[in-house]
Design a binder for this molecule. Structure first.
Ligand code: URA
Length: 436
């Protein structure tokens, strides 16, 4: 078999065989197929798409490119969640301890931010000392002992995705249905979860811009999960404005801590309860999502979710005194509220641009190797549909550099559309998919 023939076949719209897909994934992971051929192949897949069978084969080839974590000896049933990536998406920071506090173990491997979308790993690293590089043994020991782990994807799980994702990021091939499906599901399959709740984002701050595309993505992931014996539910959630108020790293951790204490933004709290409810239902702790939501709200209200969060921080070497006094999380030197230039209704927000403003400030990455400033970020003050008076704060920028602050201010102002016509508030969710 030759890589070039497989590229040509896909370029011309052909359907690849299981063996051809395995050959390509193995060859690229092991280094016998070079970046330039993999890049050409990814672009061919991006332009031509893949059949369901090809997507499934690609997912399995990527899942089995490394170790498959077996968690059966530490927990009888493990539930995981995954978001397709958004802006202000700090859901895991609240949902994982909440679900764990309800007695359902959650061992989650999570990723870094890339482009406009933030990553839970970067947010957690705002907590001084917090380790995100647990070994498989440490992962399993902690999961068995305290029922909660949030760490980085280990090097031995789905190594094909690590290589392919990095290449997609620099070749304009990220927003492709089969490539997103295989990237997410290969990691979830390799990480050993029995059940998975997928938070599929749709809108200006998501990879899927239309409901139709998001639904197709969700159905494909549910189908593949089912085929390999995992229970999967997908929620289609709005990403046409940031979730909650805070976008950044330490600022989002602060907002998650407020939420774990029973406060926090209303939309964010509700979003977390809905995701937690699905996980509790899949894990058999709740008869249905309604009961799951009640259990999740009780776990937050009683302080049990917060205690789980603290237990995780302590177990992973984080400074507990900092999360107990979140004012001690990294703080930016410059804090500038920016007034609304005109009065009217907030009609539209370009959420991706809000995410990119955080990258401008130094809080995200343009390239994978970039280091980030955990202190910087944006606090938004309004949701779509709100009436705003001219001159009242539209958002507040947390920056450590005047030039970056000016760049972010300009981008953020352009990202907000204020007009005289009232508009309806945006829904939090558009639907739930549990069948392919
Ligand atoms: N998240 C992933 O893990 N992979 C993608 O391709 C997109 C979002």
């Amino acid at each position: 078999m030759r890589a070039v023939d497989i590229i040509i076949k896909k370029r011309d719209g052909g359907e690849l065989t299981t063996e051809e897909i395995q050959f390509f994934v193995q060859g690229y992971t092991q280094g016998t197929i070079p970046d330039y051929q993999a890049a050409a192949w990814l672009m061919a897949v991006f332009l031509r798409g893949m059949t369901d069978r090809e997507t499934e084969d690609l997912t399995m080839a990527m899942a089995y490119s490394g170790d498959i974590l077996d968690l059966k000896d530490v927990a009888s049933f493990v539930v995981d969640k995954h978001s397709t990536g958004g802006v202000g998406d700090k859901v895991s920071l609240v949902v994982v301890p909440t679900v764990a506090a309800c007695g359902l173990p959650v061992g989650k491997m999570t990723g870094r931010g890339l482009g406009f979308s933030g990553g839970t790993l970067d947010k957690l690293e705002s907590i001084p000392g917090f380790r995100t590089d647990l070994t498989h043994e440490e992962f399993k020991e902690q999961l068995a002992r305290i029922g909660i782990v949030l760490t980085g994807q280990s090097l031995d799980l789905a190594p094909a995705d690590r290589k392919i994702y990095a290449l997609r990021d620099v070749t304009g091939t990220v927003p492709s249905l089969p490539l997103i499906v295989s990237s997410i599901m290969s990691k979830k399959i390799a990480a050993g979860a029995d059940a998975i709740v997928l938070d599929v984002k749709v809108g200006s701050g998501a990879f899927m811009k239309t409901l139709e595309d998001a639904e197709a993505l969700a159905r494909s992931m549910v189908r593949i999960g089912r085929r390999v014996g995992r229970q999967v539910v997908a929620l289609l959630s709005d990403m046409n404005q940031p979730l909650g108020w805070a976008v950044g790293n330490a600022v989002e951790v602060r907002e998650a801590i407020e939420t774990l204490h029973g406060g926090g933004p209303e939309d964010f709290r509700e979003h977390c309860l809905v995701v937690a409810a699905e996980m509790l239902t899949l894990g058999g702790k709740a008869a249905d999502p309604e009961e799951g939501k009640r259990l999740a709200a009780e776990a937050i209200g009683s302080g049990a979710a917060w205690e789980k969060f603290c237990a995780m921080v302590e177990a992973q070497g984080g400074d507990l005194s900092v999360v107990e006094d979140p004012d001690r999380l990294p703080r930016a030197r410059l804090v500038e509220p920016v007034p609304a230039p005109v009065g009217g209704y907030l009609q539209k927000v370009n959420a991706a641009e809000v995410g990119l403003a955080v990258v401008d400030l130094g809080g995200g990455r343009e390239k994978k190797e970039d280091t980030i400033d955990h202190a910087v970020g944006v606090i938004t003050h309004h949701k779509v549909g709100d009436r705003i008076e001219e001159g009242e704060p539209l958002f507040t920028i947390h920056a450590n550099d005047e030039h970056r602050l000016a760049m972010a201010r300009e981008r953020l102002l352009a990202a907000h559309t204020i007009g005289p016509e009232p508009v309806e508030p945006l829904p939090l969710f558009y639907g739930r998919i549990d069948a392919a």
